[in-house]
Design a protein around this ligand. Structure first.
Ligand code: UD1
Length: 365
C-alpha cells in the first residue's frame, strides 16, 4: 500500500509523527511525506522535523505565505502533479490548516482516497479560517479519524456516514507522551533557560497569541497586551512571538521585552512542552496548547469566544475568557493566588492514537 502524508504548518508536524512512525512497522506500506512549505522559517518547521525524528520531506512544494486564496490555490496547483506521480492508495491530511484543505480538494477531484486525522472538531464560528478548512475537509474525506466523541457527534450532525468515522484519540498527545521526558531534561533543577531568559518553576506565565481575530485587530491586540502588562506586575511572563504576531506588535510599537514581559522568538516543540509543564498559568489562543495543558493538568485561559476543542473545557483545565480582558485579569489573579481547578485527561488521549490510525490504514479501512 502506498500512503502519502501532507503537512504544511507547525501544528501538523506533531500530528503526522506518530502515524508515520507507526506505519513504518508495516512492511507492506510504502510512505512519502509532502511538505507544502506553508511554514518555512527554521524555527517554525525544520526544528520540529529534527525534534520529532521526522524524515526530511520527499517533496517540498515551497508555497510560502500569501492570502488564504493564493496560498490554498498554490498548494493545489503544485500538489496535483506530485499526487499524480506518486499515485497513492490513500493521502493522509492533518488538522485544519490551509495545506489540509488544499490537498483534500485535489484528491477529491482526482478520485484519490483521503484520510483526515483530527476530524470532526468544530468551533461553529465561520469567521475562523480553520473552521472553513475543517468543514470542507470533512465533507470530502473518505476516512475520518476523530480525537474525541464530540467529533463523532459533529460529523453525524453534518450527515457524514458513521462507517467512515473512527474514534481513535488524540495524536498530538501521542507525541507529547513520547517526548515529555526528553523535554523535561531541559530543566536545570528548578530553572529553565529560554533564549537567555531564566524562569523558575511555577513562577511564570506562558503566553502565545497568533489568531487573526486577536492579533490582526489593533484594538483587540492593544487590549490583550494591556491585560498582560497588568498580569506581569505579579509574575514573569514568557511570550514566544509567532511571525504573524511579531509583525502586528511591531506596527503598534509593542514588539520588545519589558522588565516582566520577556518576548522571545518562536520556541521549539521541546521547549514548548518544558515551559507548559511548569507554568503557573498558560494564556493562549492556540488549539494544540489547549489540549496539551489539559493533558498536563496546567491551568489554561483561552483568549477566544469559542473553541473547537470543548472537551478541554468540560473535562480539562481550559477556560474561555472571550474578548473580555477584565475577565482575563480576574481569573489570572485567582489562578496565580492558587485557586486552580483540577481536570481530567479525556478518554483515548493515551499515546496510542497513531497506532490505531496505522492499524486502520494498513487494513485498508
Ligand atoms: C497557520 C494556520 C493556523 C495554525 C498556525 C500555527 C491556516 C489557515 N492557519 O496560521 O491554523 O494555528 O499556522 O502557527 O492554515 N510566517 C513567517 N514564517 C513562517 C510562516 C509564516 O514569517 O514560517 C508569517 C508570514 O508573514 C505569514 C504569517 O506568518 O503571512 C502567517 O502565516 P500563515 O501560514 O498564513 O498562517 P498562520 O498565522 O501561521
Amino acid at each position: 500500500m502506498n500512503v502519502l502524508h501532507v503537512v504544511g504548518a507547525r501544528p501538523n508536524f506533531m500530528k503526522v509523527a506518530p502515524v508515520l512512525h507507526a506505519l513504518q512497522a508495516y512492511p507492506t506500506v510504502a510512505q512519502a511525506l509532502v511538505h507544502s512549505g506553508q511554514h518555512y522559517d527554521v524555527n517554525m518547521s525544520d526544528v520540529f522535523f529534527q525534534q520529532l525524528s521526522l524524515p526530511a520531506p520527499d517533496v517540498n512544494l515551497e508555497v510560502g505565505s500569501g492570502s488564504h486564496t493564493q496560498q490554498t490555490a498554490q498548494i493545489m496547483a503544485r500538489f496535483e502533479p506530485v499526487v499524480l506521480e506518486h499515485a497513492p492508495d490513500v493521502v493522509l491530511v492533518y488538522g485544519d490548516v490551509n495545506s489540509t484543505v488544499a490537498a483534500t480538494l485535489v484528491c477529491a477531484k482526482l478520485g484519490i482516497r483521503v484520510g483526515h486525522v483530527e476530524a470532526g472538531l468544530r468551533s461553529l464560528d465561520r469567521t475562523m479560517p480553520e473552521e472553513i478548512n475543517r468543514l470542507v475537509t470533512d465533507q470530502l474525506a473518505d476516512i475520518l479519524f476523530t480525537p474525541s466523541e464530540d467529533g463523532n457527534l459533529n460529523l453525524a450532525r453534518e450527515g457524514i456516514a458513521s462507517e467512515k468515522v473512527h474514534l481513535v484519540g488524540n495524536v498530538m498527545i501521542d507525541t507529547l507522551i513520547r517526548l515529555l521526558p526528553l523535554a523535561l531534561h531541559g530543566w536545570q533543577g528548578s530553572v529553565f533557560d529560554i533564549q537567555g531568559v531564566k524562569v523558575e518553576q511555577e513562577k511564570y506565565v506562558l503566553v502565545t497569541l497568533h489568531r487573526p481575530s486577536n492579533v490582526d485587530d489593533p484594538i483587540m491586540l492593544t487590549e490583550i497586551i494591556g491585560a498582560i502588562e497588568d498580569i506581569a506586575k505579579e509574575t514573569q511572563i514568557i511570550f514566544p512571538v509567532h511571525p504573524r504576531t511579531r509583525q502586528r506588535l511591531a506596527a503598534l510599537g509593542l514588539a520588545s521585552s519589558t522588565t516582566n514581559i520577556r518576548v522571545v522568538k518562536p520556541i521549539s516543540y521541546l521547549d514548548s512542552l518544558a515551559l507548559q509543564r511548569h507554568a503557573a498559568l498558560v494564556i493562549t489562543d492556540s488549539g494544540g496548547i489547549q489540549e496539551e495543558t489539559t493533558f498536563l493538568g496546567i491551568p489554561c485561559l483561552t483568549v477566544r469566544q469559542n473553541t473547537e476543542r470543548p472537551i478541554t473545557v468540560s473535562l480539562g483545565t481550559n477556560q474561555l475568557v472571550g474578548r473580555d480582558m477584565q475577565r482575563l485579569r480576574a481569573i489570572s489573579a485567582q489562578i496565580l493566588a492558587g485557586e486552580t481547578r483540577s481536570g481530567q485527561i479525556p478518554p483515548l488521549w493515551d499515546g496510542k492514537a497513531g497506532q490505531r490510525i496505522a492499524d486502520l490504514v494498513a487494513a485498508g479501512c
